[in-house]
Design a protein around this ligand. Structure first.
Ligand SMILES: Nc1nc2c(ncn2[C@@H]2O[C@H](COP(=O)(O)OP(=O)(O)OP(=O)(O)O)[C@@H](O)[C@H]2O)c(=O)[nH]1
Ligand SMILES: [Mg+2]
Length: 234
């Protein structure tokens, strides 16, 4: 499907792979910015997707692809909570380690993203949620233009120090559930220091999604990325 013979195989997929990502769809229109959300099981990826949709859906055309191993639970949660119209939410059942479908064989996810753009587009933003994984999970740059790695304070305040590609290289590191820090004895300042040591200038957002407007730092970061994406493809 990815062969470069337009006369035989019409070009279908528009890969990510920033920098230098092709921002155009085969018909010449600008494609959506694709943002991947990964991180350990239960850290708040779906809650982040839901909160982002609520915060941004009035100003942006958004769609979501979720990845679950054997179920469609994350998509069903988003549907139940009506964060977007049903036709804008697609579930990919990976049937294997979550990182396989976001990094090694991205075809099912690419297909899902492109089908959404075709059926409900044009879109500004597609959020791709990975199934919960470990600290090594990252997205292929062929699938997403930017990655958010979501960890939470209840997973232990030594996670930023432990590093790994998600913590170290994600375009945005989210440390979620700050409201739980006093109950689990997590030291947020230490987490911030360790994250900075691992990431240098790359941004870190501390969030509590149970707080009103708790998603704001992530929503602001998405807006910034979109502005840059739109400018690059103008
Ligand atoms: N207290 C608190 N709970 C949160 C917060 N964010 C998410 N949760 C809760 O944490 C649980 C897991 O959140 P999800 O969003 O389902 O986590 P996930 O990363 O998508 O999980 P998987 O997809 O199964 O890996 C849910 O019960 C959420 O309501 C937060 O900021 N504070
Ligand atoms: Mg989830």
């Amino acid at each position: 499907m990815h062969l470069d013979h337009p006369e035989t195989y019409p070009r279908r997929h528009t890969h990510g792979a920033a920098p230098g990502a092709d921002p155009r769809r085969p018909d010449g229109s600008r494609r959506a910015l694709r943002v991947g959300l990964g991180g350990p099981v239960g850290s708040g990826k779906t809650a982040t997707v839901a909160a982002l949709c609520r915060a941004l859906r009035e100003e942006l055309a958004i769609a979501v692809v979720t990845n679950d191993i054997y179920t469609r639970e994350d998509a069903e949660f988003l549907l139940r909570n009506a964060v977007l119209p049903a036709e804008r939410i697609t579930a990919v059942e990976t049937g294997a380690c979550p990182h396989t479908a976001i990094r090694d064989d991205i075809s099912a996810n690419l297909e899902a993203v492109e089908d959404l753009e075709e059926s409900v587009g044009p879109l500004d933003l597609v959020l791709v949620e990975s199934g919960g994984d470990n600290l090594t999970a990252t997205f292929s740059k062929g699938l997403v233009d930017a990655q958010v790695f979501v960890i939470d304070v209840a997973g232990g305040d030594d996670i930023p120090r432990k590093g790994g590609p998600g913590v170290t290289t994600a375009d945005l590191l989210v440390v979620n559930k700050t409201d739980l820090a006093p109950y689990v004895g997590s030291d947020l300042e230490r987490m911030a220091r360790d994250a900075e040591e691992q990431r240098g200038d790359l941004p870190v957002a501390f969030t509590s999604l149970v707080a009103p407007d708790g998603v704001r730092p992530i929503a602001d970061w998405v807006r910034e990325r979109l502005t840059a994406w739109t400018a690059a493809s103008a």
